[in-house]
Design a protein around this ligand. Structure first.
Ligand code: ZN
Length: 130
């Protein structure tokens, strides 16, 4: 299965829960069991898995990322978005999750988050099932 979903972001930095969008794509392809690879083809965004029950967890992660990667620094990259590139590398562009019965085999409190670091933009997430 090969699928690409679009994620529309609305802030400079934000985490968007895309768990349901991924599972919807898997269901529409009739996927049952396998290994799901998620890949973000952007240099100023990322993907991560963390708690989806309490929204303050994603706010806390963003707060700390913004603290350890300051907006104002003697960056050399002329585009002016070096903090977004650095956060993208810290979090990483991919996740691998088992799929069972058409659902992602996540823990009770886990969700899959698209991480925007230089929005708002229209972004893509590639889904591949093995
Ligand atoms: Zn750049």
């Amino acid at each position: 299965m090969k699928r690409t979903i679009t994620v529309k972001t609305s802030s400079k930095t934000e985490f968007i829960d895309i768990t349901r969008d991924i599972e919807k794509a898997l269901r529409s392809e009739g996927v049952d069991d396998g290994i799901c690879m998620l890949f973000v083809p952007h240099t100023t965004a990322a993907i991560t898995i963390n708690e989806s029950a309490d929204p303050s967890v994603k706010s806390d992660i963003l707060m700390v990322l913004n603290k350890i990667v300051p907006w104002k620094e003697s960056y050399r990259h002329l585009e002016g978005n070096s903090p977004a590139h650095i956060k993208s590398s810290i979090i990483g562009p991919s996740e691998i999750i088992a799929v069972e019965g058409g659902r992602l085999k996540l823990g009770t409190w886990q969700g899959v988050f698209f991480c925007e670091f230089d929005g708002p933009r229209s972004r893509k997430v590639h889904i591949r099932l093995v």
